[in-house]
Design a protein around this ligand. Structure first.
Ligand code: MLT
Length: 331
């Protein structure tokens, strides 16, 4: 009898074990997320990426039923945060929100410790954000035409703040100098939150920054606004001319945001993250806040993992030659 039982259980145990493991695996995936999710922001708290991340996290957590905790990891124009997420456990509990910097980094950094095109799983895109060209309140030029003359006459006496190599403020500043044929003195910060503080305090002269941070300061009149960086005027600032209207033919910089996870994150988790992202992009509290701050929710096709992946590939292909031609890079 004991022998029979042993023989019977000897066959039964592996089978039951396999059934149990499969059930446990499935319920682990069904249970995702069972704890808080970290959303890594590559720039300083209070800045434009942080503003989008915190509002998005709050909206997504309504669908996911767990908190999304924003973690600011600054440095090297956003590349430290991206490298951190690329190396994080692929379990759906570490996500990254990043902008155009994800696509420009391969050309800007010769020793990039991650590959944006192969080291991530893609959750979807969020919003497009225009930029604004700002001066400190007492900078002499009053409009874009006089700014162009002032910039050409004063060149490197002008301090241009940015958030480091790979930041969109750097990209915008680089294109601005190229279009003006002027060379400013660049002052890098850990994000455009501290860069804007420096502009408000008069420690720097000029900053190109996203409307998601700048609109409240423009409305309170604490900075001088020269123009928006989109080809068409924007709803949130209808009376503000574009830089193109102001004299910089073809000038255009638009910021786009994507949400990423480490490569190998289970497809079931990505599906839930994407579902929560798409629900957030229809959430009235989120969409209203984005509209007030000049941001435009991306069309449905760009809200998908495939939409982000193909967009990123196209942006890498677009910016690589422009940046290499400009000869801007870090070793
Ligand atoms: C930020 O959040 O500070 C910005 O996105 C930085 C930048 O790219 O200019």
């Amino acid at each position: 009898m004991p022998t029979l039982l042993a023989r019977a259980s000897g066959r039964a145990i592996p089978f039951m074990l396999a059934l149990g493991l499969a059930a446990g695996g499935a319920s682990a995936q069904n249970a995702y997320p069972s704890r808080a999710i970290s959303l890594v922001v590559p720039f300083a708290a209070g800045g434009p990426t942080d503003v989008v991340a915190r509002s998005l996290g709050a909206a997504m957590s309504k669908t996911l039923g767990q908190s999304i905790v924003v973690e600011n990891r600054t440095g090297a124009g956003g590349t430290l945060a991206s490298a951190h997420v690329a190396r994080a456990a692929p379990d759906g509990y570490t996500l990254l929100i990043h902008h155009n910097g994800m696509a420009t980094a391969p050309a800007l950094y010769r020793k990039l410790p991650f590959n944006p095109l192969t080291d991530f799983a893609y959750a979807g895109q969020v919003a497009d954000v225009p930029m604004t060209l700002l001066g400190r309140k007492d900078l002499p030029p009053g409009d874009m035409a006089s700014f162009i003359k002032y910039a050409r006459d004063n060149g490197n006496k002008i301090n241009l703040a940015n958030a480091g190599l790979g930041a969109v403020s750097q990209l915008c500043g680089m294109l601005l100098q190229e279009s003006l044929g002027a060379q400013f003195t660049t002052v890098p910060y850990a994000g455009t939150a501290p860069a804007l503080t420096a502009l408000l305090g008069g420690q720097v002269d000029v900053l190109c920054d996203q409307t998601t941070q700048t609109i409240p300061h423009i409305k309170s009149g604490r900075v001088k606004l020269y123009g928006v960086t989109t080809l068409a005027r924007i709803h949130a600032l209808p009376d503000t001319p574009t830089l193109q209207e102001g004299g910089l033919q073809g000038f255009e910089v638009k910021v786009w945001h994507g949400v990423y996870a480490p490569k190998g994150t289970p497809p079931e988790a990505i599906e839930k993250i994407n579902g929560a992202l798409r629900a957030a992009l229809k959430d009235p509290a989120f969409t209203q806040k984005m509209a007030e701050l000049g941001a435009e929710i991306v069309p449905d096709a760009r809200q998908t993992p495939a939409g982000l992946q193909s967009w990123l590939q196209a942006e890498v292909d677009k910016w690589g030659p422009i940046i290499r031609k400009a000869g801007v890079y870090a070793d």
